[in-house]
Design a protein around this ligand. Structure first.
Ligand SMILES: [Zn+2]
Length: 449
């Protein structure tokens, strides 16, 4: 077998709200490609793109398969990929804009990497993707608006050379799709205990709820996220599914790495639909708005913006309620553009409290005689004690410091409301700073059909 030829296949947006999943298409494609004895040069890459794209309501994940193969199968492999892609795309669903891209060079051009980064953090036009596809001799196909081509190309252009994680996704037998998922919940809590901190976002301890099982009609039974292929496989062995697992695959991913966040130098430089890390000083105290959301304002020397902690952010919302004017903070979150009634708003995913302002209150002193808080007898009339009757002409109101019930440090939205890309607290200190390509572990995917 002469496996000299390199191919990258990017896939995006094949699923709809009614079902399907692009990772499932990738899983099927992996199995079919093995019939051509391809040599995968990486795990399938699951690349989450900017979660803040206005026309996206779902997870916004794109896939890339990278492999070497025998050139005699070139056309057969492309035909196979195109056929599977068409069969597994919800072409008829509004808002589903499937895309597929083939790229056949070993080295990913720098411009494609920059394009991928941009797609993870901001808004990218199809025109830009098509220009790169033409320039570097890639091939692309799409349905409907063809927007999926953007994600498909971005997945190819993201080699995950820095921080990355893994996810083992287990799929359900097709006859169970759409029905309630059956997995032994206690085994998931057990798995979390036995594998932490090397797996993450398995359960939400605040609500004592399992979060690795999705709710929709898609074919996923559950997905375990972690730091290495070995860890997610170990975790998989601990979980007890109560319905049959049809197939499973380990993906390499930018999930849980904060890849969507970009630091901005000033609040005035924030772009709509981006996700940012920005510093400011609290300029308006938190207020609770209907539906129990908490809103406050921050400013720097450029502008003032609003920050919102929505109800599902759980503990984060309780923390931000304690902020006061003057607190110095760093906020992390998705930017919502200003409307007529609301200024530009950052939806908080995290907050780093850098410095707390002192909180003071001006009040009457305590009675030196009995310790009761003194009462004022009127303007310039001095103070009087209601308990012992003593009068003090010379005592006046004074300022005293109140304790702050908040500490400096990093706070993250509750597990259940974390985005795919949000780096959870558990991952701090476990970040990877480089990636060396090496063979996959033995048995990184399997099918029982
Ligand atoms: Zn008194």
């Amino acid at each position: 077998m002469n496996r000299q030829q390199v191919m990258h296949i990017g896939l995006d947006d094949t699923d709809s709200t009614k079902g399907g999943c692009t990772t499932y298409l990738a899983a099927l494609l992996v199995e079919e490609l093995e019939k051509f004895h391809v040599e995968f040069t990486d795990y399938p890459d699951l690349i989450r793109l900017n979660p803040n794209v206005p026309w996206k309501t779902r997870g916004n994940g794109a896939l890339c398969l990278r492999f070497r193969y025998d050139i005699q199968y070139k056309e057969e492999i492309k035909d196979l990929a195109l056929t599977l892609w068409e069969e597994n795309s919800a072409i008829k669903e509004k808002g589903t804009d499937p895309g597929i891209v083939f790229f056949e060079k070993e080295k990913i051009p720098e411009e494609m990497k920059i394009f991928a980064k941009k797609t993870e953090t901001s808004i990218v036009k199809l025109k830009e993707a098509m220009a790169l596809i033409k320039k570097f001799g890639a091939e692309a196909s799409g349905f409907n608006s063809c927007r999926g081509i953007i994600g498909a190309l971005a997945a190819i252009g993201e080699p995950l050379k820095f921080d990355h994680t893994y996810e083992l996704i287990a799929y359900r037998a097709s006859q169970n799709w759409g029905s309630r998922r059956k997995v032994d919940e206690a085994s998931i809590f057990e798995m979390d205990k036995l594998t932490q901190p090397h797996t993450f976002n398995n359960v939400d301890y605040e609500k004592h709820r399992v979060i690795i099982t999705p709710r929709g009609p898609d074919p996923i039974l559950f997905g375990v996220r972690g730091e290495s292929p070995e860890t997610v496989k170990k975790a998989f062995r601990i979980i007890k599914p109560l319905e049959s697992v049809q197939r499973w695959v380990i993906f390499r991913s930018n999930q849980g790495t904060d890849a969507h966040l970009r630091s901005v130098e000033a609040l005035g430089k924030i772009e709509n639909y981006s996700s940012v890390i920005a510093k400011g000083v609290v300029s308006q105290n938190p207020r609770i708005v209907p539906l129990r959301h908490v809103i406050f304002s921050i400013r720097d020397s450029t502008v003032e913006v609003d920050c919102a902690a929505y109800e599902p952010t759980g503990n984060l919302r309780k923390i931000v309620r304690k902020l006061i004017v003057g607190d110095s903070i760093e906020v992390y979150g998705a930017v919502h553009k200003p409307t007529q009634s609301k200024p530009l708003t950052i939806n908080l995913e995290k907050i780093n409290i850098l410095n707390l302002a002192s909180k003071t209150v001006i009040e009457n002193p305590l009675c030196p005689n009995c310790g009761k808080r003194l009462k004022s007898m009127g303007k310039n009339q001095g103070l009087r004690c209601e308990k012992c009757g003593a009068k003090y002409g010379d005592l006046t109101k004074k300022e005293s410091a109140l304790p702050r019930t908040l500490n400096v440090g990093l706070y993250v939205t509750s597990t259940r409301s974390q985005r795919h890309l949000t780096k959870p607290l558990r991952r701090y200190g476990l970040e990877k700073h480089h990636y060396e390509s090496k063979p996959q572990i033995e048995s990184w995917h399997s099918a029982f059909v």
